[in-house]
Write a protein that binds this ligand. Sequence first.
Ligand code: GTP
Ligand code: MG
Length: 138
Amino acid sequence: LQRTFSILKPDATRRNLTGAVNAVIEKAGLRIVAQKRIQMTKGQAETFYAVHSARPFFDELVEFMMSAPVVVQVLEGENAIATYREVMGATNPANAAEGTIRKLFAESVGENTVHGSDAPETAAIEIAQFFSGNEIVG
Ligand code: GTP
Ligand code: MG
């Protein structure tokens, strides 16, 4: 089994959609093996999205991630990284497939409801940024 890192972003918590998003995650066969609701600090958001620091939307992205609580999660399952990316749908909800989380819930390319790791290396780094080993119970 593989693990991936997930964030239910501020637009999800603001609209009280965490349960609805989790239902889609679980229906896809992914198990939520760690989960906590946190208020991201500026430092956490900047570190998390450091790969995008040169992009024109970086400041907006960091501000958005701090604009309300987020729910950080570790998901476990067969091919969890690819499975979750598929369930999330395209970054821009206008391009997301029917039934995906972003098609169902996302409001814009910036406020797109969820994050999911894109590779095993980034999954490991992202999980370690937010969880200690004893917080993950498979
Ligand atoms: P993540 O799982 O959040 O990493 O999304 P992604 O992998 O589908 O997209 P990507 O890594 O390319 O971009 C990271 C995040 O930056 C996106 O999820 C959006 O929240 C945000 N983002 C990407 N493009 C834009 C944009 O053009 N404008 C704004 N405001 N935000 C953007
Ligand atoms: Mg990404």
